[in-house]
Write a protein that binds this ligand. Structure first.
Ligand SMILES: [Cu+2]
Length: 340
């Protein structure tokens, strides 16, 4: 999947699509992140391949209607009611769709694995591998009624409804929801990923152009849903450092369990809020629905994990579960790969 080879058909394909979608924002087809770019290319290639069948069928429909019309005297002479086989036609009818399905299947198979949101990125941009010394920036995302909480564990800060990421740096989103299911969506960056209570979903993505991008919930979640949007800023490393400094110096409250529980209460159109400090492990407790003191964590009570041994303890001799899994691992199994 060499990106350079894609330029020619991309331009060719964009023309009819541009005409069809002229009224819409083109962010999905013209994104600023490498993952979304590859997803858009996959859409374009799939459309192109399917048009190989659709266009001839549409043309033939008109041709047949015209050629075999009742008033066509010429055709009457060669009327052949007993005709029923043509090897050449059979070959075309079977081989063309088969070849297209093979091409489409191969393309989809490879892309689905390359763009698996749970998989760390293989590159930052076309021809630009992830630098060996670059650790992904971890951002923990919690969808609350009705706002987005972003926790930066390394920086020790958190925000509501404002996401800031450095340009060309891989970001590893770990996501969950405090209640209703939502979908985390920054169209310029990558596809949608669901957030669900009691489980963790993941997304690896990158933004390659500095800018201010829209972010939203793409899954209806109740009264405050339409106000559940946030700005995503892609900035250079220095500006990211300055922004972290600004959040730390904001003089806001520390995001501890008590403040999280307050924040969790339903509220609408919440302005950008900064938390200069975050209680350690808060996200894991949010995932396991045990932020409230005294609530048993799901990791200890779900999936038959009642009184499950800690990883360091000896394993019970026989059990359906082959090994100890952390709650996030055990929940990966029922997390959707991509929202659609
Ligand atoms: Cu589960």
């Amino acid at each position: 999947m060499n990106a350079r080879n894609w330029k020619w058909p991309r331009a060719l394909l964009a023309a009819p699509l541009l005409a069809a979608l002229g009224g819409c924002g083109m962010v999905v087809m013209d994104p600023s992140g490498d993952v979304a770019r590859q997803e858009a290319d996959l859409v374009l290639w799939s459309v192109w391949l399917m048009l190989l069948i659709i266009v001839p069928v549409m043309i033939l429909t008109v041709v047949f209607a015209w050629r075999y019309r009742a008033s066509n005297r010429e055709r009457e002479a060669e009327y052949s009611p007993d005709w029923d086989h043509s090897t050449a036609l059979e070959l075309v009818i079977w081989s063309c769709p088969l070849l297209i399905i093979i091409a489409l299947g191969a393309l989809t198979w490879v892309s689905t694995h390359t763009l698996d949101p749970y998989r760390p990125l293989g590159r930052i941009a076309p021809g630009k591998p992830v630098p060996a010394d670059q650790k992904p920036l971890e951002v923990q995302v919690v969808s609350l009624d009705w706002k987005w909480l972003f926790i930066y564990p390394e920086q020790g800060v958190a925000t509501v409804n404002e996401l800031v990421v450095p340009v060309d740096r891989q970001v590893r989103f770990r996501m969950t929801s405090s209640g209703v299911m939502n979908t985390f969506y920054v169209p310029a960056m990558a596809g949608m990923i669901y957030t669900m209570a009691g489980m963790e979903t993941k997304l690896h993505a990158v933004l390659n152009k500095p800018g201010d991008y829209a972010g939203m919930s793409a899954n209806y979640s109740g009264a405050g849903f339409s106000g559940m949007s946030f700005r995503t800023h892609a900035v250079d490393d220095a500006a990211f450092g300055r922004w972290v400094g600004k959040v730390r110096a904001s003089g806001g409250a520390r995001l501890d369990a008590a403040n999280y529980l307050k924040l969790e209460q339903p509220s609408e159109r919440v302005p950008v809020t900064y938390f200069p400090a975050v209680e350690r492990g808060l996200f894991d407790r949010a995932v396991n629905l045990c932020v409230k003191p005294g609530t048993p964590c799901m990791s200890e009570s779900m999936h038959g994990h009642v009184a499950a041994p800690m990883p360091s303890a000896p394993m019970p001799p026989t059990d359906a579960a082959p090994s100890y899994q952390s709650p996030s691992q055990s929940h990966d199994a029922h997390a959707p790969a991509t929202g659609a």
